[in-house]
Design a protein around this ligand. Structure first.
Ligand SMILES: [Mn+2]
Length: 413
């Protein structure tokens, strides 16, 4: 029989995200219930920051958790502390419905029965889960008696050690036909962020090698907002590691669709199903110079209902040419318009007023700013270019070469 586990992650409920979080999460909750999943795991960052108990976002989140827990057991993993303050999940767990909401805020192992229970030796269950929530680096520093700045290194060692110890447990359950999962919230080295940036660096706590070493069928991750996955077949079965990605699109520049994941376990094999959420549409418009209103009018249908970010880069003197009100009027069917203008003030301050001068004076201003010598000769040549045709200039120069007049010397800038 197939066991289905829904994974949702990085919900980031807050006043500002409420529409996006709730549209996407409630759609995912409905779809997961319709798919008749056996349990749900939420891999961290259910909130964007500390929320008041009476905030509309707290109520909206609690409402959806209640819907899920009326359908099946729910396990919530502690996310990043700055997003999801310690203790918040314990409060949220109180909304549990027909099934309990279990919180994983410590390193711990669970067994799925008709609920998530602490795993005990020899326990019979449908699925084994090991939770590796966000670790408090101050705790780690105190354990290892090291300094806080060494905690990142120790965290990586501790995590690798913990994952390795889960290996024999998972292998034993695998022999009995029981699948296993690891849940974590953190950064996998060289994973890709939602804006397409590889997460390189030494302070990332998770390595694919140590995740696979846990010998679990599946590793369900939260923290990185872009959905991505990896697989390995070296132990005679397929192991999958995946980030669900954030439930919605919370920032401009986020690429690709947003999903909730459906993990299926049957006959010793794992499969991963991606289910897109109704995340908002983003459109990025970039203009080099003043925004082109004609072009904007052509793109109105593309921007309808979308979150539009319009960026332009303009000289200080032309700044008044940007009509923000006109832009907003043209894009009135967009869900939101964010106008980001960059004014090139640095160059202008160094050559203030240059655009209002005649060309010869501009040249002099430029020469003085850039400390270019021989400006009078350059101005003379500029006058020649402005007054005469190229042929006439060449003729004059050639004539002067044959005469006794000294020729203009080359200017070395
Ligand atoms: Mn997050």
């Amino acid at each position: 029989m197939t066991l289905k586990v829904a994974q949702m992650s990085d919900l980031h409920y807050s006043a500002g995200n409420l529409q996006e979080s709730d549209r996407c999460f409630s759609a995912a909750v409905t779809a997961a219930i319709d798919s008749n999943v056996d349990c749900v795991i939420i891999t961290g960052d259910s909130t964007d920051h500390a929320l008041d108990a009476h905030a509309p976002a707290t109520r909206a989140l609690a409402t959806q958790i209640k819907r899920l827990s009326d359908h099946c057991p729910v396990l919530m993993l502690q996310g990043t502390f700055s997003h999801e303050p310690p203790g918040f999940l314990r409060l949220l767990a109180m909304v549990g419905g027909r099934y309990p909401v279990t919180v994983a805020d410590r390193i711990a192992s669970f067994a799925l029965t008709d609920r998530f229970e602490p795993l005990k030796e020899g326990m019979d269950c449908r699925l084994v889960l090991h939770a590796l929530p966000t670790l408090n680096k101050a705790d780690i520093a105190s354990i290892v008696e090291g300094r806080v700045d060494e905690a990142a290194v120790h965290a990586r060692q501790i995590i690798a050690g913990v994952l390795e110890r889960w290996g024999p447990v998972n292998s034993k359950y695998r022999q009995q036909g029981t699948p296993s999962m690891v849940l974590s919230h953190g950064t996998v080295l060289n994973s890709i962020s939602e804006s397409g940036v590889p997460m390189a660096g030494t302070d990332h706590e998770l390595g694919l090698g140590s995740l696979f070493a846990a010998m679990a069928d599946a590793v369900a991750l939260g923290h990185i907002h872009k959905q991505q996955s990896w697989s390995q077949d070296v132990h005679g079965f397929t192991q999958l590691v995946a980030y669900a990605g954030s439930i919605g699109r919370f920032h401009h520049g986020e690429e690709g669709d947003k999903y909730w994941l459906c993990w299926s376990f049957a006959d010793g094999a794992v499969r991963l199903g991606l289910n897109a959420t109704p995340s908002r549409k983003n459109v990025d418009l970039i203009y080099d110079g003043a925004p082109d209103l004609e072009d904007l009018r052509k793109r109105v249908s593309e921007c309808e209902g979308a979150f539009v970010r319009l960026r332009y880069c303009i000289d200080e003197e032309s700044r008044h040419n940007v009509d923000r009100a006109a832009i907003r009027a043209i894009l009135e069917s967009a869900a939101d318009i964010q106008i980001e203008g960059k004014t090139l003030t640095v160059q202008r301050q160094r050559a203030q007023g240059i655009s209002t001068q005649p060309l010869g004076e501009k040249l002099a201003t430029w020469a003085s700013v850039t400390e270019t010598p021989g400006v009078e000769e350059l101005q003379h040549r500029l006058e020649l270019l402005q007054a005469s045709s190229v042929d006439d200039i060449v003729e004059t120069v050639l004539k002067s070469r044959t005469s006794t007049q000294p020729t203009p010397t080359a200017i070395s800038a």
